[in-house]
Design a protein around this ligand. Structure first.
Ligand code: GRF
Length: 187
């Protein structure tokens, strides 16, 4: 099997990056992580790129046209698939046009509910019964592309934001690889 050259975009802790790196080492997993793009030089996730010897690029998203620079690197590393894993920056049309239908994101809510930030506090405030995560395609509207995989759990009355995050991330580590397998099994 020829693995798809994939780039993971991160901004922070990078636990999904780590999980995908580990999964991608399996010969039957459809992607190879060839590049990491990060917009935060202090991101803990960069340690995983270093540890697993994956090239990484730091981008300054404050610069106008920074996505043109990103595109140059994506071409250089022959990237054909992109996973946003906690990338705290909205992707613009420059990238979306060049990677139509080839960018996916993981979001910590049961989309279409709770798009955007602070999902857990809003869920608790809203007295939601279920929480979870969604892997979806990225289009030019925030957290609105077609859903690929969604996983849910029932919120316990004792769950606070921290616990909700932990339970959600546990499901993310299953949902993200599952979505990738699902995409490439179809093609
Ligand atoms: C995840 O919970 C994801 O849903 C959200 O950002 C978080 C990233 O976590 N988009 P990590 O950096 O992978 O640990």
């Amino acid at each position: 099997m020829v693995k798809k050259n994939t780039c993971i975009f991160i901004s922070g802790r990078g636990s999904n990056l780590k999980n995908l790196i580990v999964r991608s080492r399996d010969s039957s997993f459809p992607i190879k992580i060839s590049l990491v793009i990060c917009n935060n030089e202090k991101a803990f996730g960069l340690n995983y790129a270093k540890k697993f010897k994956i090239p990484y690029i730091l981008v300054n998203t404050k610069l106008k046209n920074h996505e043109n620079k990103v595109l140059v690197y994506l071409k250089k590393y022959k990237i054909s698939f992109i996973c946003l894993a906690g990338y705290m920056k909205i992707i613009s049309n420059t990238l979306i046009k060049n990677y139509q239908g080839k960018i996916i994101n993981i979001h910590p809510s049961l989309l279409p509910k709770f798009k955007g930030l602070n999902t857990f506090s809003r869920m608790l405030k809203n007295k939601e019964i279920k929480a979870g995560c969604t892997v979806h395609y990225v289009n030019n509207k925030l957290d609105s592309g077609n859903m690929i995989v969604q996983k849910k759990f029932t919120i316990n009355s004792k769950d606070d934001e921290k616990i909700l995050k932990k339970k959600t991330q546990r499901l993310e580590y299953i949902a993200f690889p599952e979505a990738i397998i699902k995409i490439f099994r179809k093609n």
